[in-house]
Design a protein around this ligand. Structure first.
Ligand code: FPP
Length: 239
């Protein structure tokens, strides 16, 4: 616990979304392989997710694999896919013990069958947990999500004429609250097709720290920054 932070006054965002970035550069700085960088990111993600929910965050989304990430080397893609399988094999018990519901956002194709299988199994086994949601954006793209939602909507025969934004949101991959706080680690200042619909009114935060080093204390400092922000949702200040 950071003694400089007054935890009683912190505002806690309901939905925090993190673009996990900088694993590769973190590894390079240490003379390690990109795969080792992802391993370090993987370990950090698990600890950080638990910490975020402990702080009162209800939904923690992580951009762990974009649709574009399939363009990386076979070795790197394969390693990341293996980590998803490990997430199921080694961490299901931890999610259950911590009462965490795990959901996924993204397309099926071209995920390997073994990854889809553990993805669905993890979601199924944790679906009744009530201690917070971890949303893994896996093979995810924000534009693809909107296109996929439109397709589902068209197929549903819904009354398009009277469609509201709230109703449209139900056709997205997951029915989650809007993102309140979007963090991208490693100093990159881009949204990279992440949760385009849900991030509409999010506060953005871009720490320089690379993801494997973005620990619990860094998240608490991010909360201090979030608490300082004046969220107006388009309204006039002090109106
Ligand atoms: C971005 O860093 C990170 C990724 C594309 C993968 C993120 C994946 C993990 C943290 C591990 C997998 C997680 C689970 C839950 C199985 P980068 O490689 O783009 O870093 P760089 O920009 O420094 O090269």
């Amino acid at each position: 616990m950071n003694p400089d932070i007054d935890f009683a006054t912190l505002k806690i965002p309901r939905h925090v979304a993190i673009i996990v970035d900088g694993n590769g550069r973190w590894a390079k700085e240490r003379g390690l392989t990109r795969m080792q960088g992802h391993d370090a990111g993987f370990d950090n993600l698990k600890a950080l997710a638990k910490h975020m929910l402990k702080r009162g965050v209800q939904v923690a989304s992580f951009y762990v694999f974009s649709t574009e990430n399939f363009k990386r080397s076979v070795e790197e893609v394969g390693h990341l896919m293996d980590l998803f399988v490990m997430l199921y094999k080694h961490n299901l018990r931890d999610f259950m013990e911590n009462n965490i519901k795990v959901v996924f956002s993204g397309r099926d194709e071209p995920l390997p069958a073994k990854v889809m299988q553990v993805r669905d199994e993890l979601a199924e086994q944790t679906k009744n947990n009530t201690g917070g949601i971890v949303n893994f954006c896996l093979n995810y793209g924000g534009r693809a999500e909107i296109v996929d939602a439109v397709k589902k909507l068209a197929a549903s025969g819904a009354d398009i004429e009277n469609l509201t934004e709230e109703q449209f949101g139900k056709y997205l991959y997951q029915d989650l609250p809007d993102v309140d706080f979007m963090i991208r680690t490693s100093g990159e200042l881009r949204l990279s097709n992440f949760l385009l619909w849900q991030n509409s009114y999010a506060e953005f935060y871009f720490p320089e720290t690379k993801f494997p080093d973005f620990h619990e204390d860094d998240f608490d400092r991010a909360l201090v920054e979030y608490t300082r922000r004046d969220r107006r949702f388009g309204a006039i200040k002090n109106a």
